[in-house]
Design a protein around this ligand. Structure first.
Ligand code: SF4
Length: 282
């Protein structure tokens, strides 16, 4: 996939403007647009509910490299999807607004969520995580193909640490930091119910620890290390404990090599769900 030369970036623009009727798009032409990391921090802090976070984050243009990449991918398209419209915007959180468990991933896939507009939807990683959530009884269907497929989660919300598809699935540290306030605000606004976070991969794990520190939560020292099945208690100032659980990422790199099996995913999901619900071990 080519990246546009800086001088040619201007012609690229989000192929789906807010308010164009894309399924699940809660932004409108009046939604404020973040154009810098400071804007993200300000708009995230000012978001009064999840719909605000979803709307503002999906029109965000704070990271020039990622904006150029996501929009270029949406214009060039993968050959097998050439007849489909691409979202080409950041992917908001998705799921139950009263979730007890947040599933934290890395970032949208260039031809997955960047195409369908819904996190994990339309790629192999999504096939794995939604099938797992369905086996766990918290998704109404095992497949996710597009943003209008009727998928619904119960008690679970998903969010990405970085909301734009990055080249090579590798956001830069500055991009990770710029995007952090969206996830932070999402955790603040779900504080009434969220008691567990399942981090898919080390990147998501680290992002949640950073958010927790920024929220003033007590994080064990030394910093808990990511591992499949690892658990770290994060204690909020009000004494409520949010359990962070690690799970190998559902990327093809892991699922096709056997590093992550269905049984391993099911075990990590079950552990995270049990801790988030405050239910004792079986
Ligand atoms: S990565 Fe996050 S902060 Fe950067 S442009 Fe995308 S949504 Fe905005």
């Amino acid at each position: 996939m080519r990246l546009p030369h800086p001088r040619t970036r201007e012609p690229f623009a989000s192929p789906v403007p807010p308010g164009a009727g894309w399924p699940g798009d809660v932004a409108s032409p009046a939604t404020p647009v973040a154009r810098s990391a400071d804007d993200v921090a300000r708009l995230a802090a000012a978001s009064s509910d999840l719909a605000d976070v979803d709307a503002c984050s999906t029109v965000c243009r704070a990271c020039p490299r990622l904006v150029a990449w996501r929009e270029d991918v949406a214009v060039v398209k993968r050959r097998m999807f050439r007849d489909q419209p691409y979202w080409g915007r950041p992917a908001a959180g998705f799921g139950d607004a009263a979730a007890t468990l947040l599933v934290a991933g890395l970032a949208p896939a260039a031809n997955g969520a960047n195409r369908t507009g819904r996190l994990f939807t339309g790629d192999r990683s999504g096939d794995w995580i939604f099938a797992g959530l369905h086996r766990a009884g918290v998704a109404n269907q095992a497949e996710s193909v597009d943003a209008a497929d009727g998928l619904a989660l119960t008690g679970v919300r998903m969010a990405a640490a970085v909301r734009c598809a990055p080249p090579g699935n590798a956001p830069l540290p500055a991009e990770r930091d710029a995007c952090e306030p969206w996830l932070r605000r999402e955790l603040e606004l779900t504080a009434g119910t969220v008691r567990g976070v399942l981090a898919l991969g080390a990147f998501g794990w680290g992002a949640v620890l950073t958010v927790a520190r920024h929220l003033g939560w007590s994080v064990p020292r030394p910093a808990p290390r990511f591992g499949h099945g690892a658990v770290a208690p994060l204690t909020r100032p009000d004494g409520v404990v949010v359990h962070l659980v690690g799970c190998y990422h559902v990327s093809q790199q892991n699922t096709q090599t056997g590093r992550l099996t269905e049984a391993m995913l099911d075990d990590a999901l079950a552990l995270a769900l049990r801790l988030s619900r405050g239910t004792p071990p079986a």
